[in-house]
Design a protein around this ligand. Structure first.
Ligand code: CA
Length: 331
């Protein structure tokens, strides 16, 4: 054997011994993940393709999609079943509101929805922009898009940049869709499957506030995706053991993790420890640098929840700040 071959053999054996083989999913889920909440929504109107592309460029782990169905059953990416707080629907179709004065996504075909202009979130009664210092209302040109179009954007960007950014879709208001005669979970699962998201290795986390529906997605619809049960109310915090029978994680309101501040130091509820005990990941919402509430700075919020309370990820409108914070902390 020549000296060169001996060297090659040595290098190969060294590589084999030193490169620990870790399954793909374990490797990913070990670190704390950054989820772009409605995209980079602190900087561009929520759920626009521009906000999603910006989030992708910020090196997030996942980009969130809230999904609602159109009249013709197209899964559309928008936060609510309503249209009047992020679009010009009231100007374009003034006679198509319901008795409650709201305009519903489900009352319009996808082609009709495509004609709308999307803008920064505002209060429909007053027209007042919700987050004053964000992207200015009615500037530039943004449109509504389907779940498929967004997945194609993210998968296309993954290809062109070499990144592996995942998707984090939420099934919105399944009971409302059921009453309207539509099966939103079945439609969303089909799209996810068509685009290669079928099990826990596929870089997709599916979330829902409706526990019965998420349980049905696991048990009846036999989904093998990573499932996150969103929780909103105090009584839901007590149902962790039930959630663990079908879900892989919980998405809680961050206030459910905070107990109180004593001598400048945060104390926490048992939520994260209890969830971890049951093998559930914890991804609290929403980290907003321009709506701090309990915290004196965004840095304090990230330090308290991500490090001290030891959550496993964050839904954030400001993904660049959380990505940088975790990088500085060596996560
Ligand atoms: Ca959501």
């Amino acid at each position: 054997m020549s000296a060169k071959n001996v060297l090659l053999l040595f290098v190969s054996v060294w590589c084999l011994l030193s490169c620990e083989v870790v399954p793909k999913k374990e490797l990913e889920m070990k670190k704390k993940i950054v989820i772009a909440h409605r995209g980079a929504s602190g900087y561009l109107p929520e759920h626009t393709l521009a906000a999603k592309a910006m989030a992708h460029a910020m090196n997030v782990d996942f980009i969130e999609q809230d999904v609602v169905l159109s009249k013709d059953g197209v899964p559309v990416v928008i936060h609510d079943i309503y249209l009047d707080d992020v679009t010009d629907i009231a100007m374009k179709f003034p006679d198509r509101k319901r008795k409650d004065d709201r305009y519903y996504v489900i009352d319009f075909t996808f082609d009709e929805l495509k004609t709308l202009r999307v803008t920064e979130r505002f209060k429909p009664q007053t027209g007042e922009q919700v987050y004053k210092n964000r992207f200015p209302k009615w500037k530039s040109n943004f449109k509504i898009h389907s779940l498929q179009e967004e997945i194609e954007l993210i998968q296309g960007l993954n290809l062109s940049t070499g990144k592996t950014v995942g998707i984090y879709p939420e099934i919105k208001a399944p009971e409302f869709h059921q009453k309207e005669g539509k099966k939103i979970a079945e439609i969303v699962l089909k799209v996810l499957s068509d685009y290669g998201y079928q099990n826990k290795k596929d870089n997709c986390i599916l979330q829902c506030f409706d526990a019965k529906e998420l349980e049905r997605i696991r048990k009846e619809l036999k989904s093998e995706l990573f499932l996150v049960q969103l929780i909103e109310f105090p009584e839901e915090v007590k149902q962790l053991a039930y959630f663990a029978t079908y879900a892989d994680g919980i998405g809680s309101w961050y206030k459910q993790i905070l107990e109180k501040k004593v001598n400048g130091k945060w104390q926490f509820t048992a939520l994260v420890a209890n969830a971890h005990q049951l093998g559930l990941k914890v991804h609290p919402y929403t980290f907003r640098a321009d709506a701090l509430n309990d915290f004196s700075s965004f840095q304090e919020m990230m330090q308290a929840l991500l490090i001290e309370a030891n959550v496993d990820g964050a839904f954030t409108d400001f993904p660049d700040l959380v990505v940088q914070f975790l990088k500085d902390k060596n996560y």
